[in-house]
Design a protein around this ligand. Structure first.
Ligand SMILES: Cc1cc2nc3c(=O)[nH]c(=O)nc-3n(C[C@H](O)[C@H](O)[C@H](O)COP(=O)(O)O)c2cc1C
Length: 351
């Protein structure tokens, strides 16, 4: 994959980005939003330590195909070994990796992931720097942050990341403590004055007009949408609600890429939220299997999967484990009992 994301972000236009969303920004959804003006997609956040250790995690968490680009794989990581190991494994199949420094959930903060990293600039610097040293450009290494209460600390963090070699930064313009209150546009604008790296602005983009407003006000290079694009995957192409042709596309895509019922149905629940009247929505949201969903859509909208071609060929990923295995050997070497006994003997002998 040779797509240059930084070059894309430097184009003189608003770059439209689908946010990382656990459970939702998977291959099927990325395929859909790319048809409606989305320039760059993020995977859901993947735990780097599970990814490097477990084949099952790799198979569950990461699927892609030839047309799934530009693609950024987002990781939750807190050690250089896990982040670099995971990044080297996915590098042949994506255009960059992103470090999640924004997740405010209690479990993540407790484990030292997500927004907890905002308070550890040296660690984030090392994580970014090591990727930059090991994987050449145009592969990107980016960081998605939230604002800190003290904007001076956010500016300092961004400047550290700039020096460490980050390719771009995404800023969700809320602090980890903020929930649904409006984004802090003033501090986002202030941050722009101090950061030269390409910036992606995120928060409350529910329509193309919102996106254009945020783009202009924040003087960012791109805008990212999460909840807005879930509810209306055609948002970036100017539709104010999900057009039926987009629902049709979803039926087609999920007929050619194997999709679990939950994922298939949840996305439709979001997409129809603004277009189905309440009483029909309750009925639709409670459907329990794919055939009932298809029957509902056929009766209600006269749409059904319309597949012109066979299943999409998923990319067969042969993950390169050499970095992980090398580190493991190194760690085993130092932790090996006979080796430490041997060291112990030397020191004993010398004492
Ligand atoms: C369902 C859901 C899942 C999310 N998962 C992630 C994630 O995996 N990684 C991440 O950095 N942010 C995640 N977020 C946060 C969004 O990427 C985004 O920063 C936030 O929702 C604000 O954007 P919005 O106002 O457009 O929704 C998630 C948000 C939602 C609603």
């Amino acid at each position: 994959m040779t797509t240059d994301i930084v070059a894309t972000l430097k184009e003189p236009r608003m770059i439209k980005i689908c946010a990382p969303m656990v459970r939702y920004s998977k291959l099927q959804f990325r395929t859909l939003v790319r048809r409606y003006g989305c320039d760059i997609c993020f995977t859901p956040m993947i735990l780097a330590d599970s990814f490097v250790r477990s084949l099952k995690a790799r198979e569950n968490e990461f699927t892609t195909h030839e047309e799934d680009k530009p693609l950024i794989v987002q990781f939750a990581a807190k050690t250089v070994n896990d982040f670099v190991g995971a990044a080297e494994m996915v590098a042949p199949y994506c255009n960059g990796v992103d470090l999640n420094c924004g997740c405010p959930q209690r479990w993540a903060m407790k484990e030292g992931y997500g927004a907890d990293l905002l308070k550890k600039p040296e660690l984030v610097r090392d994580l970014v720097h090591e990727i930059r040293n090991r994987i050449p450009r145009p592969f990107t290494v980016s960081v998605k942050i939230r604002l800190l209460k003290d904007i001076r600390q956010t500016i300092a963090l961004c400047q550290v990341l700039e020096k460490a070699g980050a390719s771009f930064l995404t800023v969700h313009a809320r602090t980890p403590e903020m929930r649904n209150e409006p984004i802090d546009l003033d501090n986002l604008k202030l941050l722009r004055d101090y950061v030269q790296l390409p910036l992606v602005a995120n928060g409350d983009v529910k329509s193309l007009e919102n996106a254009e407003f945020l783009f202009k006000e924040s003087r960012s290079e791109g805008v990212m949408s999460a909840r807005g694009i879930l509810t209306n995957p055609a948002l970036f192409s100017g539709h104010s609600t999900t057009p039926l042709v987009c629902v049709q596309d979803w039926l087609n895509i999920t007929s050619t890429i194997p999709t679990e019922f939950q994922c298939f149905h949840h996305h439709l629940v979001f997409m129809l939220e603004k277009i189905l009247p309440k009483k029909d929505r309750v009925l639709f949201n409670n459907l329990q299997d794919k055939s009932s969903v298809l029957e509902f859509l056929e009766n209600y909208y006269n749409i059904r999967p319309n597949i012109q071609h066979n299943s999409v060929q998923l990319t067969k990923c042969n993950f390169d484990m050499s970095y992980v295995q090398h580190r493991k050997r190194y760690i085993n070497y130092w932790e090996d009992d006979s080796f430490s006994n041997f060291l112990g003997n030397i020191f004993d002998a010398n004492s």
